[in-house]
Design a protein around this ligand. Structure first.
Ligand code: CAA
Length: 427
């Protein structure tokens, strides 16, 4: 038997659709991940006419906070959407790297000729977070279920104590350290000497740029209204560094003093986003002009447990400091080769620490005029698994607006000390 021939093809980003992002416990408080992801997916299906069977090869998506009933959230979403029910779908999860990792998984299959098109995406809600029964109660309930007689079930159930009724609530914290994302980011901010003023300036720029992008209609074909929202609820067009400077710190260390506030940290957010990827042939056959091509990607991880305990530079959210140099070396590119740079803004301090790390590793500086030019997570909010897909669609459209060849870099930090990065190019 001859070996299966695999081709490597360019992967086109055809377009994206997302719902406006909402602050948690706000307008989407009663929406599930599935409902939000379905709304984003339906927006994409409608815009690009994807209803027919077989048009989309597969749907890859995920959520960081997931109910057990959503064991295959992507497939359940397909079944409730306008995408044809015969579309295969599967879940993926890499914390805040989920959306971008879903894009990469889909792109790899297209690149290898295993499928012609795919939709990737993600959704997250902190409002509808899965509460679990605590471990002791779970074990008692499992024992009762296993019992073969009524007596056996009663014998198990009488072990329940009031303390067992305390629910297991997901925390925005690292299981290995018990520290929250913000507390980890504060250790990194200190290690890299990131000050308050620079964080507030970055946060203000994010709001001002997102506001300007909405103002000029940039998001008109990327954002589909949902539950009364037509644009990201967290956006405050009037945000200035001076106003942000008045907020009291919520995360930080006593020395040199806490610097991270509700304004320069992402808020807890609900939302969903999707991206349509395809081979060039698929796109052209349908008269769709690709926005950009996905030309490189990389992941990395750091030993954040050791790093953060020692107060070192390799903090929880610093893996892009390794992923990007590695990706650029493989692609034969330098930072100066990028017209646009998108760094997910988990915290302003983490973006600034990442820029400092790239500089220290000899990659050079990023011109701020090229960084997050249509705003990023500080202004849009950050529904964990949706962020990567939001960034891919935004950057692809920004590149498509240019009349000359252009290149964009994506950098997403993720919990667990991981980072996912990618390169998009406009031909
Ligand atoms: C997970 C991964 O894999 C990787 C990652 O991305 S890590 C990041 C993950 N995300 C997080 O960790 C979320 C972190 N954020 C939080 O926990 C919370 O949002 C927070 C603790 C920072 C703040 O929570 P909060 O106190 O409830 O915020 P909130 O009440 O909205 O804001 C506090 C104040 O700041 C004000 N404010 C917030 N943003 C502002 C802005 N841009 N301009 C002016 N004022 C602002 C609010 O109006 C509010 O003022 P009042 O008290 O006068 O009402």
């Amino acid at each position: 038997m001859s070996p299966q021939k695999m081709s490597v093809r360019r992967v086109a980003v055809v377009g994206g659709a997302r719902i406006p992002f909402a602050r948690s416990d706000g307008p989407y408080a009663t929406a599930s991940n599935q409902q939000m992801l379905t709304a984003a997916l339906d927006g994409l299906v409608e815009r690009y006419g994807l209803q027919e069977p077989g048009v989309v090869g597969e749907f890859v998506a995920g959520a960081v906070l997931k109910h057990s009933r959503d064991f295959n959230l992507a497939r359940e979403t397909v079944l409730g959407s306008r995408l044809h029910p015969a579309t295969p779908a599967y879940d993926i999860q890499q914390a805040c790297g989920t959306g971008l990792q879903a894009v990469i998984a889909a792109a790899n299959k297209i690149a290898l000729g295993q499928t012609e098109s795919a939709v990737a995406g993600g959704a997250d809600t902190a409002s509808d977070a899965p509460l679990g029964v605590n471990d002791s109660l779970r074990r008692i309930l499992l024992e009762a279920r296993r019992a073969k007689s009524l007596g056996g079930r009663v014998k198990a159930l009488v072990k329940v104590r009031p303390g067992h009724l305390v629910p297991d609530i997901p925390r925005n914290a690292e299981p290995r350290t018990g520290l929250s994302m913000g507390e980890h980011a504060a250790v990194t901010a200190r290690a890299w000497g990131i000050g308050r003023e620079a964080q507030d300036e970055l946060a203000a720029a994010s709001h001002q740029r997102l506001a300007a992008a909405y103002e000029r209609g940039f998001f008109q074909d990327l954002v589909v209204p949902f539950r009364g929202l037509a644009r990201d609820q967290n956006l405050r067009p009037g945000s200035t560094a001076e106003k942000l400077a008045s907020l009291k710190p919520v995360f930080g260390l006593d020395h040199p003093g806490p610097t991270m506030t509700a304004g320069n940290s992402t808020p807890l957010t609900d939302g969903a986003a999707t991206v349509l990827l395809a081979s060039e042939e698929w796109a052209r056959e349908r008269g769709l002009e690709p926005l950009a091509y996905l030309t490189a990607y990389e992941t990395a991880a750091v030993d954040f447990v050791g790093g953060d305990v020692a107060g070192g530079e390799d903090g929880l959210l610093m893996a892009p400091a390794y992923a990007v140099p590695r990706m650029l070396e493989r692609a034969g590119l330098g930072l100066a080769d990028f017209d646009l740079v998108e760094i997910h803004e988990a915290f302003a301090s983490q973006v600034l620490a990442t820029l400092a790390a790239w500089e220290k590793r000899g990659l050079g500086t990023v011109d701020r005029a090229r960084l997050n030019v249509a705003g990023s997570s500080l202004a849009t909010g950050h529904p964990f698994a949706a962020t990567g897909a939001r960034i891919v669609a935004t950057l692809a459209k920004l590149l498509a607006e240019r009349d000359a060849p252009a290149r964009g870099l994506i950098s997403v930090c993720a919990a667990g000390g991981q980072g996912v990065t990618a390169v998009l190019e406009r031909a």
